[in-house]
Design a protein around this ligand. Structure first.
Ligand SMILES: [Zn+2]
Length: 403
């Protein structure tokens, strides 16, 4: 359900961006109950400077959509009157996805087709219209990733080295020992990290320390809300280390140019989806064309758990490749259920399909937009949900009074 949360949040963007204050009026919702959340735009005329390019994360297809992803996507709903390119999609490479496919008895490609389609179905059920849906297994995406890699390589920012460290398979990254919990447990996944040694390609992130510090001190809106900007500043201040951008042990990924024994690290691949999404399928696929169609993005709307990738790694990678930075990265909070963190192991997940089927798209969108302060964590409970929706929407959406 975290995914639904993503989409809901975009509805509040006008407030952040200084646009017209969004109305929470039930009447307004009820007056066009099947309206698409996002007004899809006329083709982008990026040159006039008025096009607003907005992205949700590309959702990871190891498992079907949950409410949090929907929350980000629902949030992207009301930039009416602007030319908007709304980008979403699915992040489909990496060890975790290959493992999840195998556990379900599927080959990786088929697994990705199924889960990616379930996202499209969910957005349809929630009446959410997007302009671009990128899959990181699309051929056009692979071409852009390889070109981007080659640019960074040519700039001298990629080198090969042995790496030995503690690896969280679920995060798909090596961890700093100082950030781990007892027994080398990943703080996000509460599972022990495993010792690994690999011969990898590295990105020279440390070279960009000073530049990133300058970007964040000169552009206070680059990371929002401001308390997350402070978090990012302190990560950078503690010292940036180069990070590995290839995997020798992972087959399910884009091969490293000139070395097909390694695949490109899933984040180095997925972030490029924000750019590759801009191209049309029938166009020549290269970075310059993609950039001319809408880069830089006006806003990356993300969950706070992936802030480091978007606010530290990504700007450094873009700078190395000679590309502009997105104008803003907004990290929203997490959804809890009945005051508790949601998770499969806790048995308290919130299934977005069930919620939409039971209450309808307007009620779901309304609840998350109204109840969750944008940026902070927010809680769902069915009692509260029914109470709020009945109190605010019952006069116009009568079926909820049945509950
Ligand atoms: Zn982890």
């Amino acid at each position: 359900m975290i995914y639904v949360y993503d989409l809901v949040m975009a509805n509040k963007l006008e407030r952040i961006l200084g646009q017209e204050t969004p109305s929470d009026s039930p009447k307004k919702l009820a007056s066009s109950p099947r309206r698409a959340l996002y007004s899809t735009s006329t083709p982008a005329s990026h040159e006039n400077g008025e096009t607003f390019v907005l992205t949700t994360p590309l959702y990871y297809v190891n498992a079907p959509p949950h409410m949090g992803s929907a929350y980000t996507t629902i949030s992207v709903s009301k930039l009416l009157g602007k030319k908007v390119i709304f980008i979403t999609g699915t992040d489909e490479h990496g060890e975790k996805i290959a493992t999840s496919a195998a556990a379900n008895g599927r080959n990786s490609a088929y697994h990705c087709d199924l889960i990616s389609q379930s996202y499209k179905t969910l957005w349809k059920e929630l009446d959410i219209a997007y302009d671009k849906f990128i899959r990181t297994t699309d051929a056009k995406h692979e071409a852009i990733v390889k070109e981007f890699y080659a640019r960074i390589f040519a700039n001298g920012d990629i080198y090969r080295a042995d790496y030995e460290g503690l690896y969280c398979v679920n995060c798909e990254e090596y961890k700093d020992e100082k950030e781990l919990l007892e027994n080398s447990c990943c703080p996000v996944h509460q599972m022990p990290c495993v010792a690994r040694k690999e011969d990898n390609y590295f990105f020279a992130l440390s070279k960009y320390q000073k530049q990133l510090e300058e970007i964040l001190s000169q552009n206070l809106l680059f990371v929002q809300p401001s308390y997350r900007l402070n978090e990012v500043k302190s990560w950078i201040k503690s010292g940036l280390r180069d990070f590995s951008i290839s995997r020798a042990l992972v087959d399910w990924g884009i091969p490293v140019p000139d070395d097909d024994k390694q695949t490109i690290y899933v984040w180095f691949d997925a972030l490029l989806g924000y750019i590759s999404a801009l191209t049309e399928d029938n166009e020549q696929q290269n970075l310059d064309t993609a950039v001319s169609l809408g880069w830089p993005a006006s806003l990356h709307l993300i969950g706070k758990d992936i802030l480091r990738f978007h606010a530290v790694y990504w700007p450094a990678m873009l700078t190395s490749a000679g590309l502009s930075l997105p104008k803003m990265v907004f990290g929203h909070g997490f959804l809890t259920k009945d005051g508790m963190k949601m998770g499969k192991s806790l048995g308290n997940t919130l299934e977005p399909f069930e919620l939409v089927q039971k209450f309808g798209p307007d009620a779901v969108r309304y609840f998350f937009l109204r109840e969750v302060e944008f940026g902070n964590d927010g809680d769902y409970s069915e009692d509260r949900f029914v109470k709020i929706v009945n109190a605010h929407l019952a006069n116009t959406i009568g079926f909820l009074t049945l509950y």
